[in-house]
Write a protein of this length. Sequence first.
Length: 398
Amino acid sequence: MMRTHYRVVIVGAGTGGISVAARLLREKHHLVDEVLLIDPETKHYYQPLWTLVGAGAVEKEESERDMATLIPKGAKWLQDKVVSFDPETNQVETAVNGTIHYDYLVVASGIEIDWGRIKGLEAALGTKQVCSNYSYKHVDYTWDTLRGFEGGTALFTHPASPVKCGGAPQKIMYLAEDYFVKTGVRDNSKIVFGSANPAIFDVAKYREALEKVLERKRIDTHFRVNLIEIQADDKLAVFENLDSGETFEVRYDMIHVTPPMQAPTFIRESKLADAGGWVDVDMYTLQHKQYKNVFGLGDCTNLPTSKTGAAIRKQAPVVAKNVSDLMYGQVPVASYDGYSSCPIVTGYNKLILAEFDYEKVPQESMPFNQAKERHSMYILKKDFLPVMYWNGMLKGTM
């Protein structure tokens, strides 16, 4: 018989869920066998590498691990899907195993990609020069597309929704431009960026640096526009202007689409969600605003910062500490300052390392100006951050 009650239930065994479980078990040995991770997936992906996979710099298999090898020692893993929450009675409902009761709940179930929101995208993805690095299945096709590109218009998009890693839509564009220079097709190519955002980046220091990159690379930018349809047979992209509401078409020879994203359905339809569908947590303590034994972290929450793994690295210790303190009758006071980081690859061997907080103030960890493109920071992203992720962050040690 499977147990139906645990001290701590964690929904989602991604970056946030595993990190919190590992930290709780490192610090509180009495929680052995009392922490349950619920996640239906058999594989776990280090998604920041997918930009480099799409540019042919890394093999996609390097980003994949078996979930079973990552579950922290002392935690239980239920390979099942949560279908609903009942925070009034401290229980979650799963698809196969029924009701699970908890004393404390941590929601870390990530973000849901809505491929269907762009008309024609799902059917065309992975064919006819329509590519996206946001799919493990199709990320190789980005590289195939770049290698086969012989000139014309290369179009890159950023949707009118929150996305995981807000810099990723432009990183692949800079790498593509660099690759087109190397293969001699840059001079008969036009590179276009259509973004729903009002500017290339939110933080002034990095925005100014990236505007220089755009100028140097001769990239045409269109802001406050949102891709709504792809007509793959005719190689036409249909955008809406978010200010005027008018639609217009762009003809392309290849397109890299960043799809719209949203909170997972079972969160949007639950009592844990705010009006936008995200887990409604205090931006500092990460405690749910209404249900005090519930915490959230990562991409599924309404935290007003970029949805990145680097943000989760700073959120996980706060959640672990506050859950632990609450168990012992203390008021949760550990606080998260909104730190997030975006390593923005600006070419092969070049990177701007953006780090900032809720106030959009740079919070740089290196003893030099991180708005400058550096080879050392590219090596950090490509070679060192994955090792830190697998061997440190997921083990609760950093």
